[in-house]
Design a protein around this ligand. Structure first.
Ligand SMILES: [Mn+2]
Length: 233
C-alpha cells in the first residue's frame, strides 16, 4: 500500500510595500520568506520609479499571478503619477520623481508607449483593502473626514497623519502602509507599540542609502513578524 505523506505548510499572509523598481531585491525577499502558492501576498504600491527595473517588477507580479500565487496589489502615488502623466503630457511630476528610470526600463521615451497590459493593470489597482484585522493602504488614512475610506487621494499621498489616528473608528483594526521611508529600528519600534498606535509603516527605504534604510521589508500578518532583505539591485 502506498502512503503519501504530505507536509502541511501553514498558510501565511505577507505585506510588502515600495519595491520601486528593485526587482532582484523583491525576488530575494520572496525567496527569504519562502512564499508558496497557498500564501497570500499583499503589495502596497510604488512598484515603479527610482530603482533599475520597474518593468521587471511589474513582470514579476504578472508572472507570480500567472503561476497561481495569490498576489493582491494596491495603488501607490507613483502608479498614479504615471497614469496622470499620460493624460497631462510631457512636463509632469512623474518624470521628476523617478519616472525616467521607469521609461528606461521599458526602453521608451514617452509614457504613451507603455504597453496596454501594464496600463490596464495600473488603472485597475484599488486604493485600499480590508484583510482580517488590517486596513492596507499605500500612504495613509485621513481620519479628519467623516468616512476615511472615501478619501482615496489621501490613501496614496498622505504624510504626517499619525496625530489624527482615530482608534475608536478603527476598532481592532491596524493600518499597514508604506510611502514614507523609515529606519529599521523605527519600524521595529512601531510594531512593538501597536497597542498604543495601531499603525505600521513597512517602507524601509529600499532605494535610499541612509542610516537604517536600504532594505525591503515583509510583514507577516499572522505572526506579526518582520523580515528584511537588503537591497541587492
Ligand atoms: Mn509612495
Amino acid at each position: 500500500m502506498l502512503i503519501i505523506v504530505k507536509r502541511i505548510y501553514p498558510m501565511k499572509k505577507y505585506v510588502i510595500s515600495d519595491i520601486h523598481g528593485c526587482k532582484k531585491t523583491f525576488i530575494a525577499l520572496l525567496d527569504k520568506i519562502g512564499l508558496s502558492t497557498s500564501d497570500e501576498l499583499y503589495l502596497l504600491g510604488d512598484y515603479i520609479d527610482r530603482g533599475p527595473d520597474s518593468k521587471g517588477v511589474l513582470d514579476t507580479i504578472f508572472e507570480l499571478q500567472q503561476n497561481n500565487y495569490k498576489v493582491n496589489c494596491l495603488r501607490g502615488n507613483h502608479e498614479q503619477m504615471l497614469l496622470d502623466q499620460r493624460s497631462e503630457g510631457e512636463i509632469s511630476a512623474w518624470t521628476r520623481h523617478g519616472g525616467l528610470q521607469t521609461l528606461q526600463s521599458f526602453g521608451i521615451a514617452d509614457g504613451m508607449y507603455i504597453p496596454h497590459a501594464y496600463i490596464r493593470f495600473l488603472t485597475d489597482l484599488p486604493y485600499y483593502l480590508l484583510v482580517d484585522d488590517y486596513l492596507l493602504v499605500h500612504a495613509g488614512v485621513n481620519f479628519k473626514v467623516l468616512n476615511p475610506l472615501e478619501d482615496i487621494v489621501s490613501m496614496i499621498w498622505l504624510r504626517d497623519w499619525y496625530k489624527d489616528v482615530d482608534k475608536h473608528w478603527l476598532g481592532k483594526r491596524i493600518v499597514i502602509h508604506g510611502h514614507t521611508p523609515m529606519s529599521r529600528l523605527s519600524i521595529q519600534y512601531q510594531l512593538e507599540q501597536l497597542e498604543t498606535l495601531p499603525v505600521l509603516d513597512i517602507d524601509n527605504g529600499c532605494c535610499f542609502n541612509r542610516e537604517g534604510m536600504g532594505a525591503l521589508c515583509a510583514f507577516d500578518m499572522g505572526e506579526r513578524k518582520l523580515v528584511f532583505q537588503r537591497n541587492v539591485d
